[in-house]
Design a protein around this ligand. Structure first.
Ligand SMILES: C[S@@+](CC[C@H](N)C(=O)[O-])C[C@H]1O[C@@H](n2cnc3c(N)ncnc32)[C@H](O)[C@@H]1O
Length: 889
């Protein structure tokens, strides 16, 4: 279950649940009376499959992983698995049989997903597994491989993302699916960028940006992924995961998805004296991988066996329905929403689909897409048309009438959380084709349990106000009071009212608080009605807002002893951020219609950090003519065609101090247009240039960061390029941190020796090109290379060096850092005085001083890399190891 604040409702491990103490999975009794009874009586699993179902659910989950990153690179990593590790593993015999190697997941495209059933005792026993394990760990660390549950890979494949689309992942942390979505958004970009750069260089391209559909920004994708999570800490975990993909087309936000704010786009220029129109972002694709009770993860989360109870699903139902309705509101007509959970409970699945379709006006507005022919080879079961609901006490209810009758007779005891919307739809909604939903059960192909539904929006919708009785029970105050009076604790004393209330009507106090917080944010975000489309006809000159399309229902609140209020019966309506702000101006200032990039004069004083509160530095775009940019472009001979109006920094003064980031045009427009509007942006931009101290004044201080290099390199001239095709030269650059190039040392760098000896100090670009030879390099790679006074340094963190040595050369070797050795021999502290522009020696200083300067500079570079590595590890060190390495998503 996803995080919903501090309540102990957490479940589903990496799906947001609270972490339970570690225990060996094999030793855990895999029994839970209510869980077993519910799924046995539900009617979901055919009688003849029940044994297989339970047997699978009690078995360890196979390990699975996915090759990530750009296609070319992912395939190169995959090749190492096929050509080296699989043959080694398949040669092992255990108890007279050959060992099962990892196998590609049959329905995953290009064999990029793999699964492995080898038992742990076999893995531990044989050496080839140890080296395979090393490979997995190394490639996972650098982001080429992601551990991900097989079933969790399905939603992004069914959502059908293409480059150029606008995509929202509403509940995205820790980011496994966001990563897949992002890969699809960039599909084919490697080739189209190089192609566009070539055409432009040859003079065959016109002045306008070129490239195929969706990649028409001179070969770059024009799409955008907004990845969101309501949990701030998890949103940062998501950033950490997503950073590995280095996409400028990513924005991360931190909002409650049930009331995700509308995002403003720059208005189109006015014509014929007509007022400008507000425009709001609508999405082509939305993933709602909602917080859920997570019983589909029972094969790896022992808490499912220990703690499963029916309330978890009942308590999440309302949030899930609200998230899906909000998704449908923000979707373009013709767009797709994929709704998914790792729960098998229909209350969280089919019931949500039916409720959301009902609220959005029925099947004429929203259709369930039949995906039964997609992902050939994936074994699945159809969605349920009928099911039962289990209450807190374990009683099963066939329909809402039964619940109502019971309430009439006995009061609401035990039925407090049940609502009509949790049952199969009736009346005009009875024919919603819920069989088109997709259910994955553990026994079908040895996976976890999962639920996926693809929805298509057929026409613009005005979502009906939430009928709270359909999602949250509408216990009357009298009924609740009556039950409260009867409730006793273990000592036979009356329960604290606040706890008892919560138990009955379950408004999660912290979730409420969160919602309230977000509501405030949303209110400040100048929403217009949700029905607004990109072509909203709300004139921006109007000073009053239209009334919200979603009228708010009254809320009954009860004051409890401590003076605070508790919501009873009718939940506060999920009011998506009110268009409210009737007083709010929506007039667009005239400048806003002009270029969207703010100039530095708009810089503000630094915002104050409030103690204990998360603080995000603002995103400030640099003017295209900023004085720092021109020298960088000159130094690297960068083409003027590369956009200069997409560079940003993270400080309120808009001063490039240490890092300059780069984002796509759409991301820029969104960040600038919504600045100060209360939208919680927590990440955007790829590190492109990082300031580096150097000993020579003429050296460009801005080195290109590996993160942004792939975007920039097609546009660079030859002045700073170094080309390498020899495998051994690469090995040397990887093993040795700072190979010398002075004296005769350059000769040891073979083919690049002369070039690196002669090239001016500073950052250059190392192009590693395949030479077509059988044992040569197979993959084109590009890295920054720093030329110091006496040495060169491949600007790669140690972990990436090691992973590449393992992958390309099959070597697990220690890296050599001669500078450090010298430093240790001198007994100098590792933190020697850093070289700065102030203390750097001018050219021509005595060799000894130069040597010291070199050591210092190299140390700085080394430290910088180390810093990067440590940042990568932050989240593992912070105790979220499972989210990264044992993720259930
Ligand atoms: C199932 S997990 C998402 C897994 C993710 N899609 C992935 O593939 O890595 C659910 C996430 O929803 C977040 N969450 C819970 N309630 C939310 C809400 N109201 N709005 C947005 N996110 C929410 C949780 O913090 C959790 O990270």
């Amino acid at each position: 279950m996803g995080k919903r604040g501090g309540k102990k409702s957490g479940r589903g491990g990496g799906r947001g649940g609270g972490r339970a103490p570690r225990q060996n999975y094999q030793d855990i009794p895999k029994q839970n009376e209510k869980l077993e009874r519910y799924y046995n009586e539900l009617g979901a699993i055919p009688e003849e499959e029940k044994d297989a179902f339970w047997e699978a659910l009690r078995r360890d989950l196979p390990n699975s992983f996915r090759f990530t990153g750009s296609r070319g690179h992912a395939l190169a990593v995959q090749e190492r698995l096929r050509e080296h590790y699989i043959p080694e593993i398949t040669s092992i015999q255990y108890e007279g049989n050959y060992v099962e190697p990892p196998r590609p997941v049959p329905w995953y495209p290009d064999q990029l997903a793999w699964s492995m059933t080898t038992p742990k005792n076999v893995v531990r026993r044989f050496a080839p597994f140890a080296s395979f394990q090393k490979f997995l760990v190394a490639e996972t660390e650098v982001g080429n491989i992601s551990r991900q549950e097989v079933v969790s890979m399905i939603p992004p494949l069914l959502i059908d993302v293409k480059p150029g689309m606008t995509v929202l992942d509403m509940c995205a942390a820790p980011g496994s699916k966001s990563a897949q979505l992002m890969e699809l958004l960039h599909a084919g970009e490697e080739d189209t960028m190089l192609q566009a750069a070539k055409e432009i260089e040859n003079g065959t391209a016109g002045p306008d940006p070129i490239g195929p559909e969706g990649l028409s920004d001179d070969g770059r994708t024009t799409g955008l992924l907004i990845a969101n999570d309501s949990d701030y800490k998890r949103a940062h975990m998501l950033i950490h995961q997503m950073k590995r993909l280095n996409s400028p087309n990513l924005i991360v936000t931190n909002h409650d998805a049930t009331m995700y704010p509308s995002i403003k786009l720059p208005p189109l220029p006015a014509s014929d004296g007509k007022p400008q129109k507000n425009r709001y972002l609508k999405f082509d694709r939305i993933l709602a991988d909602v917080p859920c009770s997570g019983d589909g993860t029972a094969r790896k989360n022992y808490s499912v066996w220990k703690e499963w109870n029916p309330q978890n699903a009942l308590g999440l139902h309302a949030t899930q329905a609200r998230i899906l309705v909000r998704a449908l509101q923000m979707l373009k007509v013709g767009g797709r929403v994929v709704y998914s959970t790792c729960s098998m409970n229909p209350v969280e699945n089919e019931a949500i689909i039916a409720s959301a379709i009902d609220r959005c006006g029925g099947s004429t507005n929203v259709k369930i897409v039949d995906v039964s022919n997609e992902l050939a080879g994936l074994k699945r079961a159809p969605g349920l048309k009928s099911w039962k609901v289990m209450d807190r006490e374990g009683r099963m209810w066939n329909n809402w009438q039964e619940v109502e009758e019971q309430r009439e007779k006995e009061g609401i005891s035990g039925l407090g959380r049940i609502a009509v919307g949790m049952f199969p739809p009736t009346g005009q909604n009875a024919d919603i084709p819920l069989e088109r939903c997709t259910r994955i059960y553990p026994h079908l192909q040895d996976t976890g349990g999962f639920f996926i539904t693809v929805l298509e929006k057929l026409s613009e919708i005005k979502a009906k106000p939430e009928d709270s009785s359909k999602v949250i029970p509408k216990g009357t105050v009298a009924a609740l009071s009556e039950e409260l009076d009867h409730k006793k604790n273990g000592n036979g004393e009356p329960l604290e009212k606040i706890e008892a209330l919560d138990d009955l009507v379950a408004p999660d106090a912290q979730a409420q608080e969160e919602a309230a917080k977000n509501e405030t944010v949303a209110q400040a975000s100048h929403q217009i009605p949700y029905s607004a489309t990109l072509e909203s006809s709300v004139p921006v000159t109007s000073t009053k807002r239209e009334p919200d399309d979603e009228p708010q229902l009254p809320t009954k609140r009860v004051k409890v002893e401590d003076g605070s209020e508790v919501v009873m019966g009718d939940r506060p309506v999920h009011a998506p951020p009110p268009a409210a702000g009737a007083e709010l101006e929506t007039t667009v200032p005239t400048e806003a219609a002009q270029p969207t990039v703010p100039v530095e004069s708009q810089a503000q004083p630094p915002p104050k950090k409030k103690p204990g509160q998360p603080f995000e530095e603002p995103f400030k775009y640099l003017d295209a003519n900023h004085e720092e940019l021109a020298p960088i472009f000159r130094f690297y001979q960068a083409s003027d065609r590369f956009p200069k109006d997409r560079f940003l920094v993270r400080n309120a003064q808009a001063i490039p101090t240490r890092t300059i980031y780069y984002s796509s045009a759409l991301a820029r427009d969104i960040l600038t247009q919504n600045e100060g509007q209360g939208i919680k942006f927590v990440h955007c931009g790829v590190k492109m240039f990082v300031k580096q101290d150097a000993q020579r004044n003429e050296v460009c201080r801005w080195r290109i960061q590996t993160d942004g290099l792939r975007l920039f390199e097609p546009w660079l001239g030859p002045a700073r390029s170094v080309t390498l095709t020899n495998k051994e030269t690469l090995r040397r650059l990887l093993v040795e941190m700072f190979p010398k190039v002075d004296g005769e040392s350059w000769k040891e760098l073979g083919e690049i020796g002369e070039r690196v000896r002669d090239i001016d100090m500073g950052c250059s670009i190392l192009y590693i090109e395949p030479n077509g030879q059988e044992d040569g390099l197979k993959e084109r790679m590009v890295f920054p290379l720093w030329r110091s006074l006496h040495s060169v340094n491949l600007m790669l963190p140690k972990e990436e060096r090691r992973a590449m040595l393992l992958r390309v050369f099959g070597q697990d070797v220690n890296l050599v850092n001669t500078t450090q050795k010298r430093q240790n021999a001198d007994d100098s502290p590792a933190t020697a005085t850093p070289v700065t522009e102030d203390n750097a020696e001018p050219a021509g200083v005595a060799a000894a001083t130069e040597e010291q300067a070199l050591q210092d500079e190299n140390l700085i570079l080394g430290q910088d890399q180390q810093e990067q590595m440590e940042q990568r590890e932050t989240w593992t060190k912070a105790g979220d190891e499972e989210d990264r390495f044992n993720t259930t998503v």
